[in-house]
Design a protein around this ligand. Sequence first.
Ligand code: MN
Length: 363
Amino acid sequence: MKIAVIGDTHLGYPRFYSDSFIQARAAFKDADQKADLILFLGDLYDSRVPSLQVLGEAISLFRELKTPVYAIHGNHERRSRGALNPVELLQKAGFLTHLHLDSAIFEKDGEKVFLAGFGNVPDDLALRALEKLKEKVTPPTDSFSILLIHQSFKEFVYGENLSSIHDLEPLNYSLYLNGHIHAHKTGMDGKFLIPGSTVLTQLTREETKPKGYILYDTNSKTHEFVEIPSRKFIFEEIEFENTFPKEAQERIKEKLSELKAPKTIIKLRIKGTLAQGFKTSDLTLPSEEGVFIDNRLNERHLKKEIEKIREMRENKLSLRDLSEQRLRERLEGKISLFDPQKLFEYLLDGPEAGMEYLKTKRT
Ligand SMILES: [Mn+2]
């Protein structure tokens, strides 16, 4: 059986709005031709409440597919228990099967594949969620089994208290498929696969690699990465040393004209130092469509470097996850009458909504 694995299409991603649709379509349409089954790993949308425009685009795309789709939701779609998320909405419309702490058997031409999935949970709850899955779902030993997840793992992402891909091994699946990480990766000798996103989002050096999806063959137990046409992304660096602003500006301009090509996205990191007495504000940086300047000039001080690392680390955990985690930690063991995640959801709508929720929980 041929299985296509697609992840992180981020439909409606504001910075590259039309790319998000064009490239997701390219992946799904190609997969539809080549695979018997399509698995989707979460973050179909960029928002947990996508606009009607975005939902409309998703519906038109899914209507065109002939291959069955099984999917989980990502952190961008996660909502509190009981609230419908936009991936589940597509299940209601009959376009896919949503798997959350749940399993299904897919059969074609006499070959059976066991599928289980859990949608994204905050990183600090990942191990607990794995335990829960283990209690609820047991993969059969006599057929090929696949687990779909959408989490961070310390082998691929820098962060504190992240689980390891080896925490998955006791679950005994034949294959683990993970979304969330936006570049194609493999682990556990090909038993752990990440297709990466189909659209450019983070503008990191990693994302200069081609975008695409994974095509897995259950007979040979091997996979190939299928590239999709996508916007070219270049990441370059210029280092200055005691350079006068005028000269620095010239070099930036030269570099950009050398790299520039139609539709190409360029990220140019500038670092090092300007001539003594000059500040980065003495430099006029170009603002052009598709060009992103990452200004790290005059950042040699250790304190700043440390701050940067801390910032990077915290950005790995989204602001929402971080706030939710703080709320949970503060309430830990103190109050058991309500669900902190639910309270958080209501608080997002304002303090009144939060109070209303608490009132309904009062006995
Ligand atoms: Mn994502």
